[in-house]
Design a protein around this ligand. Sequence first.
Ligand code: PEP
Ligand code: MN
Length: 340
Amino acid sequence: MIVIMQPGAKPEEIDSVIREIERFGFRAFENPGVERKVLAVLGEVNLDKADLVDHFNAMPGVTSCQLISNPWKLASRTYHPEDTIVEVGEARFGGGFASVIAGPCSVEDLDQMRASAKAAKAAGARALRGGAFKPRTSPYSFQGLGEEGLKMLAQVRDEIGLPIVTEVLSEEEVALVDRYADVLQIGARNVQNYALLKAVGMLRKPVLLKRGFGTKIKDFVMSAEYLMAGGNLNVILCERGITTFEDSCRNTTDINAVPVLKKLTHLPVILDPSHATGKSEYVPSIARAGLAAGCDGLMIEMHPDPAHAASDGAQSLNPEAFSALMSQLHRIADAVDVRM
Ligand code: PEP
Ligand code: MN
C-alpha cells in the first residue's frame, strides 16, 4: 500500500500519517528522492485492505491511498513512476542513460588491470569490472585474489579514473568489499542469499544485482526489494542469461526480461552478454540487441589477453573487438535515443 500526500501537505500531516501507519503495526518508508511525497506502507497486511484504504484516504493532507498488488513495493513502478537513475562517477544507468561496464572476469595482476582499464576507458566504458572474490563451480578453479585484488582495483581506479564494480560473495566480506568498491556486485548464485542482501541493503552504495540462472523475474525483483527495504535504493538489475534446455551457449539470453523488468520496476536494467552467451563471438550481437531492446547499460567482459585469462577467457572480448563493438553501440544508442 502507498499513501500519496498532497504536494503542499504540512509536516504535521505527514507525521500523523506516519504515526498512523505505525499504529497499525506497519513500517512507513519515505523516499527522500521523490518529488511527490509518497509513503510506502511496508509489512504483511492481514487487516481488511479496503477499510485501511478508506481510513488513510480520509486523513488530512492525503491525496490518495492505493494498494500495490505486487509483493514488491519499493521496487514497484506504482510507488515510483519515474525511472531511477543510478550514478557512479561518470556512469549513469536509467532514465535515458546507458553506460558500459567493462573489464576482465577476474583481477589477476596490476598490469592486467591497468591494461584493461586503459582499453575500457579509451573505448568509452564508464566503469571497470573485475572480480577479486570469484564464485567458481569447481573448488579447484582460481578463486580470486581476495583483498589483494581489491587493492589492485582501487589503485587502477585512482590511476585511470574509472569507478570499480566488484563482487561480494558473502555477508562476512561486505565490510571489506565496501571499503574498496564503488559498486558492489551480487552474483547470479547469490541472488537469493537473503542474509547477504540484507547486509548490502544496509549500505548506501550502488549495488549491481544479477539475476540467477534459474530465477523467475518476480523472484529477482523480490531480491531487489530486500536491498531496498534496508534503505539502499541504488539498485541496478542485471540480466545475465538463464538456464534452458538449449545448450549451444552457456546460457540463454532472456531479452524479454528487459522490457518486463522495466515495466514492473523503476530500477535500471542492464544486460551482461558475456555470461549470457559464454562465447566471445556471440557477445557483440547480444550486446547490440540488449541496447536496442532498451537496456540502461551493459556489462561486458574484456581482457587484454583472453587466451590466457584466469577465468572466462572464452567469453572475453579483446580490446580491439571491444572498441569496435563500442562504436556500433554508440550508433545504436543514437537510434534509440539513449545517452551513452
Ligand atoms: C561475473 O560477473 O563474473 C559472474 C560471476 O557472473 P554471474 O554471477 O552472472 O555468473
Ligand atoms: Mn565471468
